[in-house]
Design a protein around this ligand. Structure first.
Ligand code: GDP
Length: 458
C-alpha cells in the first residue's frame, strides 16, 4: 500500500480533493458535503486524471442521460431491434442483486467499467431502493426511467438468451470473440460497442479490470495509488438522501457524538456459515482486547467509580440480533475497566432477518453502514460486503473477524480499504489455461486477507 501522496484533505475541503463535482444544491442532499465532517480525514487524494475523467463523465451523462434527445434515440434503436451498431451514447444498465452492500459493490464496479469504456451508467431502482441514494451526477439522473422498454429486469439470469456467455455458447459470437458477421474484435472492444449492456452482478469485479491489458494505462493514471479505487469511487457515488441522513444524524448526535473515540463492530452471521454465538462473542472480545481497541474489565469488586475526566469510548454494534450488543454492554456496565475508561455500547436496530425487498429495512441498513463509516477504529466480519462499504466510505483498514474462527487468530487487519472480489475468474488468458491463481498473473492483484485462497483484491 502506498500511503497518501503528500496532501491531506481537511474537513473543510468540501469537494474531497475535487472528487465531488460543483454545481449541486447542497440542501437537496445534505450528506454530500457534510459526511466528511464526521469521518476521519482521508490521507488519499484523488489523482488529477481521475478528477478530470469524472468531470468528463458527468458531461457525457448530462448529454446522454434519461430523457435527452440522444437517450430517446438510443431507446428507439433498442425498440426497433434492427442494428447492434454503436450509437453516440452507449449504456450500462445496472440490475440489483442481493443485499445493499452487494449492490453498492456492483454499482461501483459497473461505474468504473462505464468510465473506462465511455459508457453511461443507469441504475434500475425498484421501490425497495427508492430514496436511499442521492443523485451523484449534477443536472441529470442515474435512475433508469420507469418506461425502459425491457421489462422484468429482475429476472435476467446468466442463461438468458442474450447473455454474453449464452451468445458465446450458442456461437452467435464465437470463442475467438468474432461476431457471426466475421468482424474480429477482442472481447472488451466488442462489449464496448454494444449500445445497451445489462449488468446483473453482486460482485466487486474491479480487480478483474486490472487484469485487462487494454485498461492498464488508464487505470494507472486514474489510480496511481491502486488500493484507493473503492475508497474514492464509493465516496464519489454514494450519499445518503436527506431521509437516511436524518436517521444517521439522530443516532449519531444522540449516542455517539460526545464520546472521545468511536469503535464500530460489524457482526454478520451468514446463514450458510453459522458460527455459534459464544464462539463469535469470544472472537470479538479477544480481537478488541488483544489489539487494544477496547480495555479489559477489572475483576476487582466493588468496581471503582470512573473519574470525571474518564475517557469515553462509544462502541457501535451492528448486527441483525441484539445478543452481542447486550453481552458487551453488560460486560462494561457490570465492571469497570483496567484503564479507567468508560465504554458505552449502542446498536441502532436488530432487524432479526434480511428483508432486502423492504425499503424501511434498507434505510436502516444504509444508515448503519454510514454510521460505521464514522468510526475511528472498525472491526468487521470477513466476507461481508456490508462491512466493505463502511470501510471504503470511512477510508478505514478494519480488523477482520474470520468467517471460520481459528484458535489463536482473533482477527487480522486489512492491508487497505479495498474490497474483495469473491468470484474471480481462474482462467489465465495469456497462458490459455484454467485453474490459474491470478495473483501470479498480475503482481498487484493479490489474495484477500479475509477469505480463503483465490479471492482477489488489488
Ligand atoms: P453481506 O450479505 O454481508 O455481504 O451484505 P449485504 O448488505 O449485501 O446483505 C446483507 C443485508 O442484511 C443488508 O443489506 C441488510 O439488509 C441486512 N443486514 C445484515 N446485517 C445487518 C445489520 O447489522 N444491520 C442492519 N440494519 N441490516 C443488516
Amino acid at each position: 500500500v502506498t500511503a497518501g501522496i503528500g496532501s491531506v484533505e481537511s474537513p473543510e475541503d468540501k469537494s474531497l480533493g475535487g472528487l465531488l463535482p460543483p454545481g449541486f444544491d447542497e440542501s437537496s442532499c445534505l450528506s454530500r458535503y457534510q459526511a466528511a465532517l464526521y469521518r476521519k480525514a482521508s490521507p488519499h487524494k484523488p489523482s488529477p486524471f481521475l478528477v478530470e475523467k469524472l468531470r468528463r463523465y458527468e458531461a457525457l451523462h448530462r448529454k446522454c442521460g434519461p430523457n435527452t434527445e440522444l437517450y430517446n434515440r438510443s431507446i428507439q434503436q433498442l425498440e426497433s431491434d434492427h442494428s447492434t451498431g454503436p450509437m453516440e451514447c452507449n449504456y450500462v444498465v445496472w440490475i440489483p442483486h442481493y443485499g445493499l452492500g452487494n449492490r453498492v459493490m456492483s454499482i461501483v464496479s459497473g461505474f468504473l467499467y462505464a468510465l473506462l469504456n465511455d459508457k453511461v451508467l443507469l441504475i434500475h431502482v425498484d421501490q425497495d431502493m427508492e430514496d436511499l441514494f442521492c443523485e451523484p451526477f449534477p443536472d441529470t439522473s442515474w435512475v433508469l426511467p420507469k418506461d425502459f422498454p425491457i421489462e422484468n429486469l429482475g429476472e435476467f439470469e446468466g442463461d438468458a438468451t442474450l447473455s454474453y456467455g449464452k451468445l458465446i455458447r450458442d456461437k452467435i459470437i464465437n470463442n475467438d470473440m468474432r461476431f457471426a458477421t466475421k468482424v474480429t474484435l477482442p472481447a472488451y472492444q466488442m462489449l464496448r460497442k454494444i449500445p445497451w449492456l445489462l449488468l446483473r452482478t453482486d460482485e466487486y469485479f474491479v480487480p478483474s479490470l486490472f487484469l485487462v491489458d487494454e485498461y492498464a494505462e488508464d487505470l494507472q493514471q486514474l489510480f496511481p495509488e491502486r488500493t484507493t479505487v473503492f475508497h474514492h469511487l464509493v465516496r464519489y457515488l454514494f450519499h445518503p438522501t436527506n431521509t437516511v441522513w436524518g436517521y444517521v444524524m439522530r443516532y449519531y448526535q444522540g449516542y455517539l457524538a460526545k464520546a472521545d473515540e468511536r469503535i464500530g463492530i460489524q457482526i454478520r452471521i451468514f446463514p450458510l456459515v453459522p458460527i455459534p454465538f459464544e464462539t463469535m462473542l469470544n472472537q470479538i472480545i479477544n480481537c478488541t482486547l488483544s489489539q487494544h481497541i477496547l480495555p479489559a474489565i477489572d475483576p476487582q469488586e466493588p468496581a471503582a467509580a470512573p473519574s470525571n475526566a474518564a475517557k469515553v469510548k462509544a462502541v457501535l454494534v451492528t448486527n441483525l440480533n441484539s445478543g452481542y450488543h447486550d453481552r458487551l454492554r453488560d460486560m462494561y456496565y457490570e465492571h469497570s475497566t483496567t484503564t479507567g475508561e468508560v465504554i458505552t455500547v449502542h446498536q441502532p436496530s436488530h432487524e432479526k432477518q434480511q428483508y432486502t425487498d423492504q425499503r424501511s429495512h434498507n434505510v436502516k441498513a444504509w444508515s448503519e453502514i454510514t454510521l460505521l463509516s464514522f468510526s475511528d477504529v472498525l472491526v468487521t466480519t470477513a466476507w461481508s460486503t456490508f462491512g466493505y462499504v463502511a470501510q471504503g466510505l470511512g477510508g478505514l483498514k478494519p480488523w477482520i473477524l474470520p468467517r471460520h474462527p481459528r484458535p489463536g487468530v482473533a482477527c487480522v487487519q486489512a492491508v487497505s480499504t479495498e474490497a474483495c472480489f469473491h468470484a474471480p475468474p481462474d482462467y489465465d488468458c495469456k497462458a490459455r489455461k484454467g485453474g490459474a491463481d491470478l495473483s501470479a498473473v498480475a503482481p498487484f492483484v493479490r489474495h484477500c486477507e479475509d477469505v480463503e485462497r483465490y479471492k482477489h483484491s488489488i
